[in-house]
Design a protein around this ligand. Sequence first.
Ligand code: FAD
Length: 428
Amino acid sequence: MKSNWLGNVAFNPYQFILPKTEAEIQSLVKQAKREGRKIRVVGSGHSWTPACETDGYLLNLDHISGLLAIDSQNQTATVKAGTKLKHLNTLLWEKGYALINLGSIAEQSIAGATATATHGTGIGFGNLSSAITALKIIDGEGELREFSLETNPDIFSAFPVSIGCLGIITEFTIKIVRKFYLREERKPMLFEEALQNLPQLLTACDHFKLWWFPYSGMVQTYSVHRSSEEIQLKKKFNLLREDSKAAHAIFGFLLKLGNSRSFVPHINRFISAIQFKTETNTGRSYDIFTMVTPPRHHESEYAIPVEKAAECIVALKQLIEGQRHPVNFVAEIRFVKGDDLWLSPAYKRDVCYVGGYMAGEKGYANYLKAYETLMLSFGGRPHWGKEFSMERQHFEQDYPRWNDFKQLRKQMDSGGLFENEWLGKIFS
Ligand SMILES: Cc1cc2nc3c(=O)[nH]c(=O)nc-3n(C[C@H](O)[C@H](O)[C@H](O)COP(=O)(O)OP(=O)(O)OC[C@H]3O[C@@H](n4cnc5c(N)ncnc54)[C@H](O)[C@@H]3O)c2cc1C
């Protein structure tokens, strides 16, 4: 693996290694320590941040993958850390189970996805990390340790979202549910109408999200309902639906025309008009939750308190259109239930995730700066896997367990073996 998904972070490690066993990882950790080198893990490389960067050993756990056991009484699955979510989805389904919720793709490894608090949408549903109940982790001394919510209730909540700082996770136990189906209703709506009705839209279904192309007066609403009854996969044939391969190809071509201030508003309105349609899709949970991988683009995403959602989205519209930022990508708005995980953007509060997405470089740095300033003014906390420049002081102020996490980090990794430059700036 030469770089992350976007290609904005190149991987140039001393050595790239695919271990096959926990024992192999343990001896690699001890070797790195002896040699005075750093060690990091990369999952699928789908983070925009330099979380996996290192000039030491870079490990990838693709060979430590698979479903180990299902506990039907407690409704949990024990899974090896390198397992890709897409594989886990089918492995669980074959046995009659499913993950509780998912984000918009399933290419990530379970370890990578949970390390950054990857989330889907649904105000009654937490992020993926919040489903973890136990894990095995190799610390900075090379010791294999086990932690669980049951046996370590005081510190367990530090581990599920730990961006690879506390050690190398090799195994998870995660809550699952009986397999279920989804009915997704897509409906275009006026921007103002959607925001006025946001509280009702949010609670009238299980998983609500909306998409908005800046400079367009319309949004696409997605209201998704869970069902335990089997509903066959029925995605309407629509060559131009926003998550089809054809639509992505057209969209990718339009993005190549550039993101000039004069083009973008027209292109965005055109795309909204042809893609945002009323339709119903049904099928297995993981087929409906996920979509085709989008064209390459930058992403930042902040979680703000849910009660500020409508005000914040209106302010984002004013910011983009008032300052004429050439935002040529959808702004995605999702909702996540609060949790107890120390470094989770949803720690102790229900949140609305507001996407700051854009393709190409022109104008992006300016937009990111303005977007982040706005998100911080609404009490935003950034997604760990997406671009941000929020500084240490903000984390110290906004995360009540920040110092506890730092303390635990010293215990798990006293020599700073799992650190890289980016993490150093954030934590030390
Ligand atoms: C096209 C696309 C769509 C996306 N959609 C969503 C979405 O819908 N919702 C959302 O929230 N996010 C989304 N993301 C972001 C993505 O889910 C996160 O960035 C996630 O962390 C990527 O998982 P990964 O396996 O690629 O991990 P990586 O990016 O490879 O690694 C992420 C972190 O996990 C650590 N890590 C990996 N394995 C281990 C291990 N075994 N032990 C300890 N630490 C480990 C790494 O060191 C790093 O700190 C998307 C990203 C892309 C590119």
